[in-house]
Design a protein around this ligand. Structure first.
Ligand code: AMP
Ligand code: MG
Length: 382
C-alpha cells in the first residue's frame, strides 16, 4: 500500500488556538496546500488530512499517505456557502434548509459534482461530498488555502480515526508536510453523511446529526441499509468508505450486549480466562466506577468494581486494563473518547478487548456503527 514511498518528510507541528488565530500561521498552512502539499487540521468531528481538492496530485498524495484505496472518495471542505455552487450541481431547497440549520457543523452532503472537481478527489464518482466544519481554525485554514480542501480522516487506513494532534503524529509523522494542533475534537466521531441527490434524503453514515434532526428540518429521511451493518449480507454501501475494515484496534474486539448483570458476568469470565492464557485484556466500559480523569486520563483505571478483577487485585498483575470511555449520563462523552480508547488498546498492546454496548438515544447509532466495524462485527448477545 505504501510501497516505494520512504516517508521521511519533515512534518512541521503548528500549535493553533481557536480564540487567537494568527494570520501568518494560516498563510503558512495555506501555502503548503497551494503548493500541492498536505496539512492535517483540527475539526469538531475528527482531524482531517487536507490537500487541495482541485489538484488531482494532492488527492493522490492523500491516498498514498493514508494507504487508502483510491476508490474511496474524499470530502471537500468549504468555508462559505457561495463556494458550494462552484463544485455542486442541483443545490435544492432541502440542501439550503439543512445548511442553514447545521452548517458549519458535523454534516456532509452528497451532490452531483461539477466538472471542475477532479475525478481523483471523488474516487471516480460523479457525485461530490461537501462539508463546512464548525471549527474556526479549520475555516481560516480552508480560506487561506484557496477555499476547497479535500480531506478524509487523518489516520492510516483501517486504524481508528484521530481526535488529537498526538493521534495524528502517531500515524502521519514523516508522511505529510504539516500538522495543525488545535486540541481535542469536541465531537470525536466523523460527520453524518446524507445523500441529497435522490428523491429522499438518505443517511449513508450516521453521526452527531441524527435521523431525527434531519427529519425535523426536511420532514423526511431514509437510511442506506449498510448503516445497520447489512453490508455483511451482501449489500453494497453507497458511501464507498463504509465497506472497508475500519477504526480497528490490533487486538480482537468483542461487543457484549444484553442485561447489565449478564454482560458483566460474561466479560468477567472471558477476561479471566484470557488473562490466564497469558493474554493482555482490555475492557471498554462506561461504568460509573471507571470514571476518566484523576490521573487516569489515558483511560486505564484501577478500582473498577464491576469487572473481572480490579487491577488492585494482583492475581493478574498488569494484564487487565479497564478503560473508561465516558459517562453514561453524558452520551456525547462516550463518542468523544471512542477513538482515544481504541488507540490506547494498541499502545498497551492489548490482545483481547471486550466492550459494553453503547446504544444511547441520540448519538448511539453513530457510536455503535463505528464500534461494530472496529469489532469486525463480533457482537455477542447474552
Ligand atoms: P473519511 O473522512 O475518512 O471518513 O472519508 C470520507 C467518507 O465520505 C468515506 O466514507 C467516503 O466513502 C464518503 N464519501 C465521500 N464522497 C462520497 C460520495 N460522493 N458518495 C458517497 N460517499 C462519499
Ligand atoms: Mg476515515
Amino acid at each position: 500500500m505504501t510501497d516505494g514511498e520512504t516517508w521521511n518528510m519533515k512534518t512541521i507541528l503548528l500549535k493553533a488556538d481557536e480564540n487567537n488565530i494568527t494570520a501568518a500561521d494560516m498563510k503558512a498552512a495555506g501555502d503548503i496546500i497551494k503548493n500541492g502539499g498536505l496539512v492535517a487540521f483540527p475539526t469538531e468531528t475528527v482531524y482531517g488530512l487536507g490537500g487541495d481538492a482541485m489538484n488531482p496530485e494532492a488527492s493522490r498524495k492523500i491516498y498514498a499517505a493514508k494507504g487508502r484505496p483510491s476508490d474511496n472518495p474524499l470530502i471537500v471542505h468549504i468555508y462559505r456557502m457561495e463556494d458550494l455552487y462552484r463544485i455542486a450541481d442541483e443545490v435544492g431547497d432541502g440542501v439550503l434548509k439543512l445548511a442553514e440549520k447545521y452548517w458549519p457543523g458535523p454534516l456532509t452532503m452528497i451532490f452531483k459534482k461539477k466538472k471542475i472537481v477532479p475525478d481523483q478527489t471523488t474516487g471516480g464518482l460523479d457525485t461530490v461530498a461537501v462539508r463546512m466544519p464548525d471549527n474556526r481554525i479549520a475555516l481560516s485554514f480552508i480560506e487561506a488555502a484557496g477555499g476547497f480542501i479535500a480531506a478524509p480522516s487523518a489516520n492510516l487506513s483501517g486504524r481508528p480515526s484521530t481526535t488529537t494532534a498526538e493521534h495524528v503524529i502517531e500515524d502521519m509523522d514523516g508522511r505529510i508536510d504539516m500538522i495543525i494542533d488545535g486540541g481535542s475534537s469536541v465531537i470525536g466521531l466523523e460527520s453524518t453523511i446524507v445523500d441529497m441527490t435522490g428523491s429522499r434524503p438518505m443517511i449513508l453514515r450516521p453521526g452527531y446529526i441524527n435521523g431525527e434532526m434531519i427529519k425535523d428540518v426536511l420532514g423526511d429521511v431514509s437510511y442506506d441499509p449498510a448503516v445497520f451493518g447489512e453490508e455483511t449480507k451482501g449489500l453494497h454501501p453507497k458511501a464507498p468508505g463504509m465497506k472497508y475494515r475500519h477504526y480497528a484496534p490490533k487486538g480482537e474486539l468483542t461487543i457484549v450486549k444484553g442485561e447489565r448483570d449478564a454482560v458483566i458476568s460474561y466479560i468477567r469470565q472471558g477476561a479471566a480466562e484470557a488473562v490466564k492464557d497469558g493474554k493482555k485484556v482490555g475492557v471498554i466500559s462506561a461504568s460509573p466506577e471507571t470514571k476518566r480523569g484523576s490521573g487516569t486520563e489515558k483511560g486505564t483505571q484501577s478500582g473498577a468494581q464491576d469487572f473481572p478483577v480490579s487491577p488492585k487485585d494482583n492475581r493478574y498483575g498488569k494484564e487487565l486494563f479497564i478503560m473508561n470511555i465516558g459517562d453514561l449520563e453524558d452520551e456525547y462523552s462516550i463518542a468523544r473518547h471512542l477513538y482515544d480508547v481504541l488507540r490506547e488498546c494498541d499502545k498497551q498492546d492489548i490482545d483481547i478487548i471486550y466492550s459494553e454496548d453503547f446504544s444511547t438515544p441520540r448519538i448511539g447509532q453513530a457510536i455503535m456503527n463505528r464500534l461494530i466495524k472496529a469489532a469486525g462485527h463480533r457482537v455477542v448477545e447474552v
